[in-house]
Ligand binder design. Sequence first.
Ligand code: AVJ
Ligand code: FE
Length: 440
Amino acid sequence: TDQPEAERLRGRIATELGRTRERTALLTDAVDDADLVRQHSPLMSPLVWDLAHVGNQEELWLVRDVGRRPPVRQDIDDLYDAFKQPRKDRPSLPLLPPAEARAYVAQVRDKVYDLLDAARFTDRKLVEDGFAFGMIVQHEQQHDETMLATHQLRSGPPVLHAPPPPEPTARVAGEVLVPAGPFTMGTSTDPWALDNERPAHTVELPAYVIDAAPVTNGDYRRFIAEGGYDDPRWWSTEGWRHRVEADLTAPMHWRRDGDGWAYRRFGRWSAVRDDEPVVHVCFHEAQAYAAWAGRRLPTEAEWEKAARWDPATGRSRRYPWGDEDPTSAHANLDQRHLWPAPVGAYPAGASPLGVHQLVGDVWEWTSTTFRGHPGFTAFPYREYSEVFFGDDHRVLRGGSFGTDRSACRGTFRNWDYPIRRQIFSGFRCARDATAEEARG
Ligand code: AVJ
Ligand code: FE
């Protein structure tokens, strides 16, 4: 890394740190102190825990580990260790009160700016290309999305405000054929890619067909109306057991409203709009819908090939639209809007094959369980992803309206339990190509 390049990187990191902290401040200053320390759902932490946890991780990874600086508050490490403290126990911990938590994260951030000024970006593998800073930015952004999900669960009058997403400008429907052949999955070069996105490797897929758009509320309403929740035929054994136990009858945050449906979004009720991607469904619901529709969920590799593969060059791109970072024309990201945009609102973000809204709007469930790519090495810690590998988690791809652009790429992988739906999760369907389609 030469000198002007190091300066450019330093500037970019400072900008990302700053705009990320503004989002965190907005999410935590929007409610009063009583609300900050309250647990709105046993699935979520009190917002004040997320806040100090963000500061504590920043202190552990950047200040102490990379920076070799003395601890700011070693005494609170255990309180903010996500592995030691189950979510349900977090509200009863002796957490830093809101004012102290704010002062703590600001104190850690000052030390990080000192480190950034001193960093030479050539020092060690961990700071190469600013990865350690990028990881911290992405960690905070991920918690900002988690905090947004907590806001969605809290009751009481609305406190978050944003303009509605754009209206459709393109007609998007039907499905897209992806021809058989190899593509490059994952990355070895994207500087801020996390360990689970690495390394780049070749995956050979048979021809398949994938929806041009995510499944919409209108589609999903038909599944409900035609008894999809009452027919075990569409559900896996595990899915049906959960459907019964949890008494699932519609996406989370929906209620009947006369003949139709209404949903609650950040404290406001409105009529369900048919052309928006459905959100707040769990993996089991997605899988049952797909079976009912005579389809299936895409595998993770199918999702990524549809999102990245460019048939003209055979190359995998960073995003469906190319290699440029996302702008507001490409995708509904960055919490600019508080719900998914209607199908057809982002023609500039479509992939070369014509698959729309892969990035932003809703996280998309895939049928794949979370594992390392071939050649995976944990970095910098096993706890970031490796400890979650196995059959317990399904992979979600593409990011949602609540995801920041710094924490979302064509290679970015999210994972969660198949019963979770407080996250901004939706899906699209796929199927095998027929022999005739496969011949082209
Ligand atoms: C990648 C969203 C599953 O929230 O558990 C936050 C992100 N990792 N702190 C999570 C994360 C550590 C992670 N997910
Ligand atoms: Fe975390």
